[in-house]
Design a protein around this ligand. Sequence first.
Ligand code: HEM
Length: 199
Amino acid sequence: MKIQTKVLLSKILIHFFALSPLLLNYFWSITDQNGADPVKAIIHFTGIGALNLLLITLLISPCAKFLKQGWLMQLRRLIGLYSFFYALCHVINFWLFELNFQISLFLQELIKRPYIWLGMAAFTILLLLAVTSINYLRRKLGQNWQRLHYWIYPASLLIWIHFYWSRKADLTEPFIYLALIIILLACRPKKLKNWLLFK
Ligand code: HEM
C-alpha cells in the first residue's frame, strides 16, 4: 500500500476514534444516561481522554523509530491536536457546567483547589503548542519551534500532578499513568537534555 494511502486511512481512523466516544459521552450526559453525576462524568472523560491522547502523541516517535515506519510521524500533529481539543472541552465543561461561566467562581476555585493552577499551566502550554503547529508559524519560528515543542515534556508532568492531586481515593490509576509518562520520557534522553539545557 502506498504511504499516502496509509496516512489517509490512518487519519480517517483517528478522526473516527477521537470524535465518536466524545460525541457519545456528550449524548449520554445530555440524555441523563451518564451515571449519577453526568457533569462529573464528562469532566473526567475529557480529562482522561486528553491525557491518553497526549501519551499516544509521545508514543508515535519511539514507535516510528523502532518499527522503521517513518510515515507514522505524519499522524503526530493530528493526535496532538485532538489531545488539545479534549483538554479544551474539559476546561469548558468545568467552567460552563460547574461554574456557569462565572469568573468570580473560577477565582474561588483557584483558591479552594490548587491543582486547578497546574491544569491551567498545562492547558496554556498545550494551547501554545496547538497554535504553533500551523505550518506558517512553524516555518516562521524556525529553530525556536523545536525548543517550544519540547515543552510537551513538562506539560505531561504538570497534567500528571493535576490528575494525582484531583484524586481523593484510589491512586492506582494515577501511578500507572506516572509509569507510562516516565517510560515515554526515558525513550528520548537527548531531547530531554536539550530542553533542560535550553538548546
Ligand atoms: C484550566 C485548566 C483545567 C481545569 C480548570 C481543570 C479542572 C479539572 C477538574 C475540576 C477535575 C475534576 C476533579 C474532581 O474529580 O473533582 C479535573 C480532573 C482531571 N483533569 Fe483537569 N483541568 C484543567 C486542565 C487539564 C488539562 C490540560 C488536562 C490534560 C490534558 C487535564 C486532565 C485531567 C485529568 C486526567 C483529570 C482526572 C480525571 C479523573 O479523575 O478521571 N486537566 N480537572
